[in-house]
Design a binder for this molecule. Structure first.
Ligand SMILES: NC(=O)c1ccc[n+]([C@@H]2O[C@H](COP(=O)([O-])OP(=O)(O)OC[C@H]3O[C@@H](n4cnc5c(N)ncnc54)[C@H](OP(=O)(O)O)[C@@H]3O)[C@@H](O)[C@H]2O)c1
Length: 259
């Protein structure tokens, strides 16, 4: 029988789709959450906390691969270290697949710096691993723009996004998890690089609104690094689901199911 694949953050935005995709492929899945969740056919839920280490030894026991989709916005490095050490103690050397973000080495945001440090920790751990950096997910871009879209005149900073759908990222992660460890692989981006103005227009159109947009400078050091395109992977426009498709599916409960 095939070895189990552990998906950390199996309840999260990305992890949920990874679990669903693995289950559809009939791969034996174990999923980690801090909460106790009921196991179902094909998915064994295990409770554990990567911040405290509770239950992580049980979570990693006997698995051949870990797809690490959990994230702790304040303790990313510590939680990755907990996972790596638990895997070492288990006497296994599972293939660790880590999802990171395009531009973590260029954008001076605390969370990005922690993701970069986590990448380095994994690369130096001696564990077989694969690291995939993805561009911003559709939901994040929508959240960022939705705040501005509530104003009578919509401010749009002068930078671009390349939003990607979690289904596309999940498909790539599963493909990588089923292959040999490759270290850091090519970045994974959404289908198109688009200005914030263009994306804001798409968001307004999806909600039947028509408002004036006003271009504003990208604020601060972080804004300036976004303005240079450090968050983009134009040569890897691999995703297929567009921002408009994603917006059109919102509110339809079955829309995010595995396709
Ligand atoms: N959002 C983006 O635009 C974007 C872009 C590129 C890459 N990424 C990366 O993609 C990954 C997944 O992001 P996401 O947006 O899917 O995250 P998310 O929806 O916020 O999910 C985070 C998951 O982490 C789990 N978690 C949090 N703290 C934990 C802890 N201490 N111990 C165990 N589990 C814990 C949560 O599970 P429970 O609450 O069930 O415990 C939850 O399932 C992250 O590494 C992120 O950096 C995100």
């Amino acid at each position: 029988m095939a070895e189990q694949i552990l998906v950390t953050g199996g309840s999260g935005q990305l992890g949920r789709v990874v679990v669903e995709r693995l289950r559809a492929a009939q791969a034996p899945v174990r999923a980690l959450s801090r909460r106790r969740r009921r196991s179902s056919e094909g998915v064994e839920w295990t409770a554990g906390d990567l911040r405290t280490g509770r239950g992580i030894d049980v979570a990693v026991a006997g698995v051949g691969t870990v797809i690490h989709c959990a994230t702790d916005y304040r303790r990313e490095v510590e939680t990755v270290r907990t996972l790596v050490e638990a895997a070492r103690w288990s006497g296994q050397t599972p293939h660790l697949v880590y999802v990171s973000i395009v531009g973590v080495d260029k954008i001076p945001m605390g969370y990005y710096q922690a993701k970069l440090a986590a990448e380095k920790l994994i690369a130096g751990s001696g564990m077989p691993h694969t690291i995939l950096r993805a561009t911003q997910f559709h939901a994040l871009v929508r959240t960022i723009l939705a705040g501005a879209a509530r104003l009578p005149v919509v401010p749009v900073p002068k930078f671009r996004f390349q939003p990607v759908d979690v289904r596309d990222v999940a498909a790539r992660l599963v493909e990588l998890a089923q292959g040999e460890p490759q270290g850091r692989v090519a970045d994974f981006g959404g289908p198109a690089v688009r200005t914030t103005a263009d994306l804001a227009r798409a968001l307004l159109a999806a909600s039947g609104k028509d408002k004036r947009l006003v271009s504003v400078p990208a604020p601060g050091r972080i804004g300036r690094s976004y303005a240079t395109g450090a968050n983009l992977a134009p040569e890897h426009a691999d995703g297929v689901v567009t921002f408009e498709q994603y917006l059109a599916e919102q509110g339809k409960p079955t829309a995010l199911r595995y396709r």
